[in-house]
Design a protein around this ligand. Sequence first.
Ligand code: TRP
Length: 336
Amino acid sequence: MSENRDNQKVVLTCAQPTGKLHLGNYLGAVQNWVKMCDGHECYYGVVDMHAITIPYVPADLRKNVYECAAQYMACGLDPDKCNLFLQSSVAGHAELAWILGCICPIGQLERMTQYKDKARKHADAINSGLLYYPVLMAADILIYNADLVPVGEDQKQHLEITRDLAQKFNNTYSPTFTLPEPFIPKSGARIMSLQSPESKMSKSDPNQNGTLYITDKPDVLSKKIMSAVTDSEGSVRRSPDKPGVSNLINIMAALAERSPESVEKEFDGRGYGDFKKAVAEVVIEKLSPVRERYEAIIPDKTLIESALKRGSEAAQRRASRTMAKVYRKVGFMKFE
Ligand code: TRP
C-alpha cells in the first residue's frame, strides 16, 4: 500500500509474534483492524523487538513471525490495503525509544501494571528491556505520528505513557508528535473461556479445551464446543449466573452478526445439545475459510516475506521522515 494519503487518519497497532490467534483475538481485535483498512492509512506491526524482553528461543521467534504474519493475512489483512511491517526491519524504533527514554522518569516505568505482572512472572529474568518495554511501544506509535491506536483495555496505560512522552517531547523541544488516541472498540462481546467462562479466552488458559483457535480443525472446534461448561438450568438465555451459556450465545451472535436476543429467541425451549451443535456449525463455517487460507499461506515463505518487506519499506519511509525531524530537534549533528 502506498503511504501519504493526506486526508486519511493514520492507524497503527502492533502485535507480539507469540503463538496462535484465538476467537477472542479474532472478534475483539483483528476483524476490527481489517475493517479499518478502508478509509485509513494503516500500519500494522509484528513487534519482534518486544518479544525478546522475556526469555525466548531465536529459532522459535523467527518461526513465530512467519506464523503471526500468515495468521493476520488469513484473517483478511490484505498487504495491498495496509502496511504489514516487521518492527526490527524498520530503523528508527529503537533510536526513538532511546531518545524518549531520556525524557521518561524511571518511576513511571516501575509503576506500569504490565511490568509489575511480568516482573513477578519472570522474577529470575527481569532485564532492563522489560522495564523499557513501554518506551519502545511509545516509539512504535509516535514514529508514525499515528492518530488512532486500536488496542485492548489492557494496553490503555501504555497509551497514556505514550501521550505523556509525546507531550513532554513537544514541550521540551517543539511540536513534533501527534497525541495518539486509543481506539477501544465499543463494547462488543467479550469472548470467555469455554471451560472457565468467568475468565477471558486466552492462549495461556491451562485448560486448552476452553480456547478456540482460528487454525483449529472442524472436529477440534466441534469437540471443544460440545464440551463447553454450561449449567443445570437447561435454558438458552443470558444471565450473570449462566456465564457459560451466555458466552456461547455471544459467540454465536458475534460470528453470525446477529443480536444475542435473536439467538435466545431461536433456541427458546430447546436443549443445550441442540444449541451447542448450532454454535459449532457457525464457528466452523466462519473459521474454516480462515484456516484454509492460513494453510495455503504458511508453506509459502516467499509470499509472507514479500508482504512484510513491502510493508516495512513503506513504514521505513514514514519513520525516516519523523526521525530526520527528531534528530534535528534534539541537537544531533547531520553530516552532509
Ligand atoms: N504491547 C502490545 C501488546 O502486548 C503490543 C505492542 C507493541 C503495541 N507496540 C505497540 C500495540 C504499539 C499497539 C501499538 O499487545
